[in-house]
Design a protein around this ligand. Structure first.
Ligand SMILES: [Zn+2]
Ligand SMILES: [Zn+2]
Length: 442
């Protein structure tokens, strides 16, 4: 078996692996590159012989794993694309959104609606634990605990096995079940996003309560920028908790102002088989993402309703890094006010408004307008959907018979640090492939 690394090799984004056997092949993920040089990387058609593929498998719905899949259609791929039902629904949502955004900003897009529709028509559902024979390969999905419907992929051929970790969750998500590593594998392809880091141990509910109290006291606004998938549901669920325990001051409204996050929350409601125990129990009694005081604003004009509310309030809106979406209008309006509090709950990439503010910028530009930042900012670091160093090592430690570990999906430093840990703790051989490299493993 040969593996060609066509993404996430030296970077976090662009996940794409081409596994080649004697007569056929498999592709695992075809994600978008994001950040530095991403345009150039995305425009380059992946060097895959689609005629020889037995199938394409997708680990989860994040764009850095599925965002280039419609290119398969342009490349003439006519076969099946395997994923869980939750991944299909979430991916459908984000691929349509990608096309919409590229049309709005008039960027030359990688693909259009037509390719997205064609791709979705070639999707075949495969659920966790089910086995699928694809040519010489036997494929099985394992729970990855990262986002709703996310999996690791086990591939067996000729009595040998390789597991692609996909993105591995922390094992402590209040929303979904923990990851489930395979019992054994000869080769492990492991993500290394936080290979050099340990997550902070913080009480996110307590922080959120404190922020709510502060805006309640000075009739301010609590702004929470969120990613549509998973992070926004986590915030809603936390607010639901706080509300049920009487922590949301009477009359305070929570405006949920993100059409895509609203859709993603609906998809969450559909797939309870992935819920954590606690969430599943609660879902039997009531909707864990809905509570008195929550106002869902689907239409853009409803912004007026939010503005008119002069009492203390909470606005949850996308995008998560303040690089577009409805949060921008709210940022322009409320960041200059000293009574505003901004709660950052996710990673902020270089070049985004969120990052500028986190870095202490007090004067920013929003849609060409200079805006003073007088709002107070606070960050929660512990909501990551990615395992940290110890959690990755724990995942790996459960797998028997490993002969080689290949680290991907990480920047150089995290990957190097994790590689050293894997070598010293388990005495295993480690590979760190670069983009475009092809390695023969089994
Ligand atoms: Zn992911
Ligand atoms: Zn990823």
């Amino acid at each position: 078996m040969k593996i060609k690394f066509l993404g996430a090799a030296g970077t976090v984004t662009g996940s794409c692996y081409w596994l080649q056997g004697d007569n056929g092949g498999l592709v695992v993920d075809m994600g978008m590159f994001q950040g530095l040089n991403s345009r150039k990387l995305n425009m380059k058609t992946p060097e895959i012989d689609v005629e020889k593929l037995n199938g394409v498998v997708v680990t989860h719905a994040h764009l850095d794993h599925g965002g280039r899949l419609p290119l398969l259609i342009k490349m003439g791929y006519k076969g099946k694309v395997y994923m869980t039902a939750a991944t299909r629904d979430l991916l459908e949502l984000s691929l349509h959104d990608t096309v919409k955004i590229s049309q709005e900003y008039n960027k030359d897009s990688l693909f259009g609606e037509e390719e997205v529709e064609q791709l979705l028509s070639q999707v075949e559902l495969l659920e966790i634990g089910e086995e699928k024979i694809l040519g010489e390969f036997k494929v099985r999905f394992l729970r990855a605990g990262h986002i709703l419907g996310a999996v690791s992929v086990m591939v067996e051929a000729k009595g040998k096995s390789v597991v692609f970790s996909g993105d591995v969750g922390t094992g402590e998500s209040p929303l979904i079940l923990p990851p489930e590593p395979p019992e054994k594998a000869d080769v492990v392809i492991l993500e290394s996003t936080y290979g050099d880091r340990l997550h902070e141990d913080e009480d996110e509910e307590k922080i959120l309560r404190e922020e709510i109290e502060k805006v309640s006291r000075n009739k301010g606004v609590l702004l929470i920028p969120v990613f549509s998938i998973q992070r926004s549901q986590r915030i809603l669920h936390l607010l639901d908790h706080i509300q049920r325990q009487g922590g949301l001051p009477g009359g305070m409204k929570v405006y949920f102002d993100s059409p895509m996050a609203i859709e993603a929350t609906k998809i969450f409601g559909k797939y309870r088989q992935y819920y954590s125990r606690e969430l599943a129990d609660q879902a039997k009694k009531d909707d864990p993402f809905n509570f008195p005081g929550l106002v869902v604003t689907r239409q853009a004009w409803e912004k007026k309703i939010i503005r008119k509310d002069k009492k203390a309030k909470i606005i949850v809106a996308g995008s998560g890094m303040m690089s577009g979406g409805r949060i921008m209008g709210h940022a322009k309006e409320y960041l200059p006010k000293p009574s505003t509090r901004l709660l950052i709950v996710g990673y902020q990439a270089k070049g985004t408004l969120g990052r500028e503010i986190v870095d202490g910028e007090r004067r920013v530009s929003i849609d060409g307008v200079r805006v003073e930042v007088n709002a107070k900012m606070r960050q929660i670091y512990s909501m990551s959907a990615h395992a940290d160093q110890e959690q990755l090592l724990k995942w790996l430690s459960k797998i028997k018979g490993v002969k080689k570990v290949i680290l991907t999906h990480g920047e150089d430093e995290p990957r190097r640090v994790l590689g050293e840990k894997v070598k010293t703790r388990f005495g295993l051989e480690v590979d760190k492939p670069i983009l475009g490299e092809e390695i023969e493993y089994l």
